[in-house]
Design a protein around this ligand. Structure first.
Ligand code: AMP
Ligand code: MG
Length: 329
């Protein structure tokens, strides 16, 4: 079954997070056996994101929500790590700044939505305004209650403007959270992540879970679905999120833009010499002879220059060229 179906919250369905196993890993029994699939998915994601960027017609917004230490940072690192930084970015939402607090809650969010061709990941999102705000009673109930509808309208508008929206709740157990907090103590490189606030928020676990259940129930829509991702195992979390993103983008039928120039004419006018040279080299190789060195005297200066440039860019980009991946898939 597609993960985009298996983990999707159907619009209108009631959620009981305590009924969903955060240790679930499907048929993947251990990380070692999933590595191959994860690597393949990374290549696929890179290919799809490159197409989205090149096509420049639509965009993708990924909202990541979770309790502390559930792996938002790790997921971002993994998903964005497989993409080309040109056309993909992340935005984190903290407690509103003084200026942000003087506007409606969607004001700061609107400024960060993706433009055409872009992938944006929200590390926390508009949903904090029905989660932390509700749990800490930062606004009256009648105010945050209205926000589900406001968020639905906002996301509907984005969708109608060509933005695909995927919302992930990374589901961990309270025991796993405590274990991860504990591991941070042992790792000086992660000491900066530790705060008293994380431990205080942990006391409010049940309130947060209720807030998530209602938010997910009220805002999972066909055009902007929520996915509940079992996240006690980091590798499975990464695999599931990557798979859902790939399953969403792959069927969109994205196309490279049609060339705006006559490719044949360009090849003929500017690259004739080296194309002929390449043909000759190929012929020589077939005939068992080693490739002849380029005979610069026969070529125009422009063509020689181009060969040098091409060799340089091939050497420096090699496997990192996303077009190479597209061809290989
Ligand atoms: P972190 O993600 O660990 O850097 O923490 C960001 C903090 O900002 C979290 O405690 C969030 O709950 C808080 N935060 C994000 N959005 C809001 C909001 N709209 N109102 C209040 N607090 C928020
Ligand atoms: Mg935190």
């Amino acid at each position: 079954m597609k993960y985009s179906e298996q983990f999707q919250v159907r619009p209108g369905s009631e959620i009981g997070l305590n009924k969903i196993d955060p240790d679930y890993t499907d048929e993947h029994t251990k990380k070692k056996l999933a590595v191959k699939e994860i690597k393949k998915l990374d290549r696929k994601l890179r290919e799809l994101q490159y197409l989205l960027y090149a096509e420049n017609k639509r965009s993708l917004l990924i909202c990541l929500q979770a309790l502390d230490a559930a792996g938002k940072d790790g997921t971002i690192n993994h998903v964005l790590g497989s993409m080309n930084p040109q056309g993909a970015r992340v935005h984190g939402f903290k407690a509103p700044s003084q200026e942000e607090a003087q506007h409606d809650f969607l004001w700061r969010v609107e400024q960060q939505v993706p433009k055409r061709g872009e992938v944006v990941i929200f590390n926390r999102s508009q949903y904090e305004d029905v989660l932390v705000v509700r749990v800490h009673k930062l606004v009256p109930k009648k105010v945050w209650k209205r926000r589900y509808q406001l968020i639905n309208d906002f996301e509907q508008n984005l969708f109608e403007n060509g933005t695909h929206i995927l919302k992930f709740f990374l589901h961990i157990s309270p025991e796993e959270q405590l274990q991860r907090f504990r591991q941070r103590l042992d790792d000086p490189a992660r000491h900066w992540k530790i705060s008293y606030n994380d431990y205080a928020e942990r006391e409010l676990w049940d309130e947060y879970i209720s807030a998530y259940e209602e938010a997910i129930h009220k805002t999972s829509k066909k055009h902007a679905p929520w996915f509940i991702i079992p996240a006690n195992n980091k590798w499975f979390r990464n695999l599931a999120v990557a798979r859902i993103v790939a399953e969403t983008l792959a069927p969109l039928g994205m196309q490279f833009p049609k060339p705006t120039v006559n490719i044949k004419e360009i090849a003929h006018e500017y690259h004739q010499a080296e194309l002929e040279e390449e043909k000759k080299d190929k012929g020589n190789k077939k005939g068992g002879k080693s490739a002849s060195k380029s005979n610069g005297a026969k070529k125009s200066d422009r063509a020689t220059e181009h060969v040098k440039e091409k060799q340089f860019s091939e050497a420096s980009e090699s496997a990192e060229d996303p077009t190479a991946v597209i061809g290989a898939q």
